[in-house]
Design a binder for this molecule. Structure first.
Ligand code: SF4
Ligand code: FES
Length: 250
């Protein structure tokens, strides 16, 4: 017999002065292979058109559907109800600006990270439309691709103890992005430049090693390896340049 699922969904509209946060219950009969994307759409179509949540791709690619599902940040579109108990509690991701109910704005934060880290290729080279394509070693291209697989869902930041205390912390996703440009031979920034950028408590020295980021990353990006590599390099750079290794927390 099909299970009757109880959804307890966080409701709050920060743009409505009369709104206060509460949990609203909805019930739904489970169907085979029902995922939370479909379940939330059925609830919105058939029970409550005011329910706010985000989805775009429905395929684990756009990162917009991340939410707290029974206390764990992850992608709703990749979560089957059959993998969850009969009562499912849904909350928006903490840390990000709340837009309403399960919808948060991750874009502003990720854009800020891009600007802080200047996440684009820094080079003095001029672009010559007639030059032949520069080939890259396959192994290196794969390494860059591995870091580039981040879909900016925000799960790692929401699950991170440091990020939830220090909103300026770059988080695993920010440090992953730094690593991506560090290994790219086209980016001319040197270790000293990276050191300036991330050798702070908001950067590479802020992590307290709880390891939740890698645990919750829906793309299984090896965040801890990346993190250790960047931290080791920054320590070596700091020691060799006799710079002040730990800048004070501003
Ligand atoms: Fe999401 Fe993983 Fe990227 Fe973090 S590193 S934003 S958890 S895909
Ligand atoms: Fe795009 Fe879930 S809807 S990742």
């Amino acid at each position: 017999m099909a299970r009757k699922i109880t959804f307890k969904i966080f409701r709050f509209n920060p743009y409505d002065e009369g709104s206060s946060p509460f949990q609203q219950e909805y019930k739904l009969e489970e169907t085979p292979r029902l995922n939370l994307f479909s379940a939330l759409n059925i609830i919105r179509d058939e029970q409550d058109p005011t329910l706010m949540f985000d989805f775009v791709c429905r395929a684990g690619i756009c990162g917009s559907c991340a939410m707290m599902i029974n206390g764990r940040p992850t992608l709703a579109c990749r979560t089957l109800t059959s993998d969850l108990p009969e009562t499912i509690e849904l909350f928006p991701l903490p840390f990000f600006k709340m837009l309403g109910d399960l919808s948060v704005d991750t874009g502003v934060w990720f854009r800020g990270i891009s600007e802080r880290l200047e996440s684009w290729i820094h080079t003095d080279g001029t672009f010559d439309t007639k030059s032949v394509e520069k080939l890259m070693d396959n192994e290196l291209a794969n390494e860059i691709y591995e870091a580039d697989r981040c879909i900016e869902c925000g799960s790692c930041v929401s699950g991170c103890a440091t990020a939830n205390v220090y909103p300026d912390f770059l988080g695993a996703t920010g440090l992953n992005r730094i690593a991506r440009y560090m290994i790219d031979p086209r980016d001319m920034r040197d270790n000293e430049a990276w050191f300036e950028l991330v050798s702070t408590y908001e950067g590479v020295f802020g992590c307290i090693g709880m390891m939740a980021c890698e645990d919750v990353c829906p793309k299984n990006i090896p965040l801890l390896d990346t993190f250790s590599r960047v931290r080791r390099l920054m320590i070596e750079t700091g020691l060799s340049s006799k710079s002040t290794l730990l800048k004070t927390h501003s």
